[in-house]
Design a protein around this ligand. Structure first.
Ligand code: HEM
Ligand code: HEM
Length: 174
């Protein structure tokens, strides 16, 4: 079956796209406040939400990726090879960035209970150095790279619109 006539993404794809966009906006607010206003009252208020929100994003991106694959035939085709690669890169970073942080969290030996879910009980003794090092080296850097890619993504949406291709309509919640 040709997918050329499909006018917009499915409902679940659209809700996941915008829900995660909101959560990511929150996530980058917490990190920006952390960098720009460290140790302020606002930082102390927002930072404790970074880890649980990041965990939630991780769960959501796995669900979204699986659903995107399962529903592939009924979604509109990418407008170009570059768009396809760009979307794949966004998925890749949305997965790798929280995974590195969770790896570091585990390796640190400290307990982690997002939303009260006993995900990691922590352990006594030496921390696992390579896990901590990988997270510390790459989590923040790749996180900022994800933000740069998101800015590029939004720019391209409006660039396509100027070219007369209304891609925004394909993702709008109606
Ligand atoms: C998609 C989800 C996530 C995004 C986009 C994200 C983004 C970021 C960014 C950009 C930074 C750098 C802040 C700086 O330059 O100081 C950062 C730091 C941090 N994140 Fe995340 N994060 C996510 C998920 C998580 C998760 C799941 C955890 C823990 C379970 C976590 C724990 C931390 C910690 C402890 C830091 C401070 C240390 C460091 O800079 O690496 N993050 N995050
Ligand atoms: C905030 C983080 C964002 C991320 C991580 C993200 C990621 C993605 C991804 C992976 C896709 C491919 C379709 C899918 O499987 O969902 C997509 C499509 C799309 N996104 Fe975003 N997005 C974000 C924000 C935005 C914003 C703010 C806009 C508004 C301008 C936007 C507009 C669109 C549109 C119009 C499409 C459909 C493109 C097409 O028709 O091929 N996105 N986005």
């Amino acid at each position: 079956m040709s997918t050329a006539g499909i006018a917009h993404y499915g409902r679940l794809n659209r809700y996941l796209h915008w829900g995660m966009a909101l959560l990511l906006a929150w996530q980058f607010t917490t990190t920006s406040v952390r960098v720009l206003l460290s140790d302020s009252a606002l930082d102390e208020l927002l930072w404790p939400t970074h880890r649980p929100a990041g965990f939630l994003l991780m769960v959501l991106v796995v669900a979204r990726g699986l659903w995107a694959l399962a529903s592939r035939a009924s979604q509109p085709p990418a407008v170009s090879r570059a768009a396809r690669l760009g979307h794949l890169a966004l998925y890749g970073l949305m997965l790798v960035v929280p995974t590195l942080a969770l790896l570091r969290q585990y390796g640190s030996g400290r307990a982690f209970e997002p939303f009260g879910i006993p995900l990691m009980s922590g352990f006594e003794g030496e921390r696992i150095e390579w896990m901590v090092a990988a997270g510390s080296l790459l989590h923040g850097e790749l996180g900022w790279l994800l933000l740069a890619l998101i800015v590029g993504h939004v720019t391209m949406v409006f660039w396509h619109r100027r070219q007369g291709q209304d891609v925004l309509g394909r993702m709008l919640v109606r």
